[in-house]
Design a protein around this ligand. Structure first.
Ligand code: ZN
Length: 133
């Protein structure tokens, strides 16, 4: 784990939330990307070294839709930057963490990703991210 790569925030309306975070961080959304595998539309903002990912569910089947129904809008996950996602997945599995996928998946913003079950980390959904280039 090298650093926090981004913080993911579940929102109902990505356009409205984007404008709020643009004002908050005094910057602009630099990328909007649909991630079909996760059933979400994402928007990214940067503030200095920090990155925020806004997530809007694209269907009622989306895990993010279920999250918002249950807990409301808010912080959805914390993503850590890793150098070698496969090695890190093996290490965490050995440590007893529950991985939500066995193989790295294609994530937003040119990343390979893997999620850890929130039960493994005191109720926090953890994402591992490895840059593809
Ligand atoms: Zn994320």
């Amino acid at each position: 784990m090298r650093k926090i790569e981004h913080i993911g925030i579940a929102v109902k309306d990505i356009a409205a939330a984007g404008m709020i975070y643009e004002k908050l961080l005094n910057t602009t959304v630099y990328k909007i990307e649909a991630v079909a595998s996760e059933g979400v539309k994402t928007a990214f903002l940067k503030s200095g070294p920090n990155k925020i990912e806004l997530l809007e569910p694209s269907s009622v089947d989306s895990p993010v839709h279920k999250f918002i129904e249950k807990r409301g809008e808010g912080i959805h996950h914390i993503a850590f930057d890793v150098e070698d996602i496969v090695a890190e997945m093996e290490r965490l599995k050995k440590e007893g963490f529950v991985l939500l996928n066995d193989q790295p998946k294609e994530g937003a913003d040119n990343k390979l990703v893997c999620f850890l079950h929130p039960k493994s980390a005191n109720g926090v959904l953890i994402e591992l991210c490895q840059s593809k280039f």
